[in-house]
Write a protein that binds this ligand. Structure first.
Ligand code: UGA
Length: 434
């Protein structure tokens, strides 16, 4: 099948590459000429494990193309995926201007039947708005489908090649049949495809992300309570997760959830609720608990230094909002660094992948180390903000030799308690005894 993907951000690029890998001819459209030129030459514009290999393979196989010309791609394709940004407006609601602009362009340019598939995370009712926008520009028949994306950054290729399910919101049988054809290589291997109406499909995406945000936040509150009563959240987590109604995944406590999805989607669902006079009390509580959780270790660092952080040198391991990505949007590291700087501390950060993005925001307000150990030279403590695998089994002796004080504040529960402690470190993590 010939497919157009409009928008080569995270979701668009991975979806396009995956669909090409399944044997389709995929035309990726973007307005950013420089980016399109780069992609034509084989440059992957995002950091994502295993993507480059699949991307290059499909370019070479003549199944993956890039262009700034929407009309050219549209004329070749029966199915057009919209993978456009829906950033939060000032009030937290999703800004649909990119989606609706392209919908209008499609309406104006199409010359035969098309299926327009919305992959972006959009509020309930957006499929209707897209439909109205296209219909205002053409009399040619078309269908609008909602097909939310559930991939995680850092596991994008893995998740898109092995999805837990495919959700398709479509009211027309013709569109359902076309979507069933596209996803046949997946359903063939047992992946369920769940058909529903467009609104339910749009809400499924928000409900799934918000539920996971609640799950993490619930565990963060349990972790904080563990500290009050002397329980160990790692044990509680294992005990709870073994019940398959709960499951082990997304039960890891830490310094809050970040990234480009959970914070934005929780806010947007709260906002959509308000528009219908509906209060998502659980989500409001989740948001406020998460805000506190992100910086929960700052007061512990202050306590350790008797309230005085002026002139203290703090090493930060990890800047990305989670491991395996260069994304720093809503990263807890940034909230912590901001407060620590305000309190007079000096920050030396290390993150091999996300450093470049942080430099664009913080510039020389902090310094950057070339490796994890040199970040520790003369440091008064270490703060761990991201669970990069390279931090999992460090050489504690070498760390101790380089640091001024042996103190670790770990926002990701990277080590068994006895490991840093047996090497003479003060070790504060989340939901476990100090
Ligand atoms: C999330 C969802 O997991 C995807 O299914 C969804 O498609 C995506 O949003 C999206 O809407 O595009 P992502 O933002 O890439 O994916 O990252 P996650 O792996 O879900 O992590 C989100 C945040 O939760 C991170 O800050 C992570 O550190 C935190 N987290 C995750 C925890 O604190 N504890 C956990 O147990 C799991």
């Amino acid at each position: 099948m010939n497919i157009t993907i409009v928008g080569t951000g995270y979701v668009g690029l991975v979806t396009g590459t995956t669909l090409a890998e399944m044997g389709n001819s995929v035309y990726c459209v973007d307005i950013d000429e420089k980016k399109v030129e780069g992609m034509k030459q084989g440059i992957v514009p995002i950091y994502e494990p295993n993507l480059e290999e699949m991307f290059l393979r499909n370019i070479q196989a003549n199944r993956l193309f890039f262009t700034t010309n929407l009309k050219e791609a549209l004329d070749k394709s029966e199915v057009i995926y919209l993978a456009l940004p829906t950033p939060p407006g000032e009030d937290g609601s999703a800004d649909l201007s990119y989606v609706l602009k392209v919908a209008g362009d499609i309406g104006a340019m199409m010359t035969e039947y098309k299926v327009v598939v919305n992959k972006s995370t959009v509020p309930v009712g957006t499929a209707d708005k897209v439909r109205e926008t296209i219909a205002a520009k053409t009399d040619i028949p078309f269908d609008v489908v909602s097909n939310p994306e559930f991939l995680r950054e850092g596991f994008a290729v893995e998740d898109s090649m092995n999805p837990a399910r495919v959700v398709v919101g479509a009211s027309s049988q013709k569109a359902r049949d076309i979507m069933a054809d596209i996803y046949q290589p997946f359903t063939n291997t047992g992946v369920p495809i769940i058909f529903m109406d467009e609104k339910s499909s749009e809400l499924t995406k928000y409900a799934a992300n918000s539920f996971l945000a609640v799950k993490i936040t619930f565990m963060n509150e349990i972790a904080n309570y563990c500290e009050k009563v002397g329980a160990d959240v790692d044990k509680v987590r294992l005990g709870m997760g073994s019940d398959d109604r709960i499951g082990h995944r997304f039960l890891f406590p830490g310094i809050g959830y970040g990234g480009s999805c959970f914070p934005k989607d929780v806010k947007a669902l709260i906002k959509s609720g308000k528009q219908e006079d509906f209060n998502f009390k659980i989500l409001e509580a989740t948001e406020s608990v998460n805000q506190q959780q992100k910086v929960i270790l700052v007061s512990e660092i202050e306590k350790y230094f008797d309230g005085i952080l002026t002139g203290k040198k703090i090493a930060v391991w990890g800047l990305a909002f989670k491991a395996n990505t260069d994304d720093i949007r809503e990263a807890s590291s940034l909230d912590n660094i901001k407060i620590l700087l305000e309190k007079g501390a000096e920050i030396v950060a290390y993150d091999a992948i996300a450093e470049e993005n942080v430099r664009k925001i913080l510039g020389d307000k902090i310094s950057y180390a070339k490796d994890m150990y040199s970040a520790l030279d003369g440091a008064d403590c270490l703060f761990i903000a991201t669970e990069w695998p390279e931090f999992k089994n460090p050489n504690f002796k070498m760390m101790a030799e380089r640091m001024n004080h042996r103190a670790i504040f770990d926002g990701r529960n990277m080590f068994p308690l006895e490991l840093p402690e047996s090497n003479g470190f003060f070790y504060k993590s989340i939901g476990r005894r100090t």
